[in-house]
Design a binder for this molecule. Structure first.
Ligand code: SF4
Length: 220
């Protein structure tokens, strides 16, 4: 019964409303961009591995330290995991993340001639890199948009505002791709991350000052 109610709500958002909602947020968060710093694709790959359960600010401090010691993916592939662990420890879950960084560097060296791959299927073979991170790498480093990066902000906000009633990132991405015009696919993640941090905060969304409060399905 509850499921049907949610579905009806979801279906009432039409294409015009979706466009209005996204363009309103796009104008509101004009400067929205990837908040992870990187100089080359391998730095972004490592930053995305470290970003799980960690703030972007902290990741942005640790990535330069790692690449100060290991100049490129070849040096990173040879680095003892314990040494990587010591550098990345402040990012949390450091054992797992160090193992994934080492595994990823070795896969890139051995399978992709030392270059970060530019195909979704190949990127998903790297350690600690799934569809969400692959979408970001493709968009940021290769100007290639094949999907929508669905993280916790995109998951929560898409469900709240009425763009999806799915629960898994994979299904939410499919829902979004079916209703959001492709020109917005590479912007949705950044816009929703900014919105999730500034106004549509997980514990206490600030609906009173929200630029899309009249369209958001939460208030329908
Ligand atoms: S109206 Fe409230 S729930 Fe809807 S997007 Fe804005 S802050 Fe989030």
């Amino acid at each position: 019964m509850e499921k049907e109610k949610t579905k009806t709500k979801y279906n009432t958002l039409n294409k015009n409303k979706i466009n209005e909602m996204i363009t309103t947020l796009e104008n509101y968060y004009k400067d929205a961009k990837c908040s992870l710093d990187y100089n080359c694709p391998i730095e972004l790959v490592v930053a995305l591995i470290l970003a799980a359960q960690c703030t972007d600010e902290r990741v942005n401090k640790i990535v330069p330290l790692l690449f100060k010691k290991y100049k490129d993916v070849y040096e990173l592939a040879k680095a003892p995991i314990e040494d990587i662990e010591k550098i990345i420890k402040p990012c949390g879950f450091y054992k797992n993340k160090a193992a994934n960084i080492s595994k990823t560097a070795n896969i890139i060296v051995n399978n992709f001639n030392g270059k970060v791959p530019n195909i979704m299927e190949d990127l998903c073979t790297l350690g600690g890199i799934g569809r969400k991170s692959s979408n970001i790498i493709l968009q940021e480093c290769f100007n290639n948009t094949v999907g929508i990066a669905v993280d916790t902000h995109v998951t929560r906000i898409s469900r709240k505002i009425g763009l999806s009633n799915s629960t898994t990132p994979e299904n939410i991405e499919k829902d979004l791709m079916s209703i959001v015009p492709k020109k917005y696919w590479n912007k949705i993640n950044h816009i929703f991350v900014y919105h999730g941090r500034a106004i549509c905060i997980a514990r206490k969304p600030n609906c009173d000052i929200c630029p899309i409060k009249d369209i958001c399905m939460k208030n329908a």
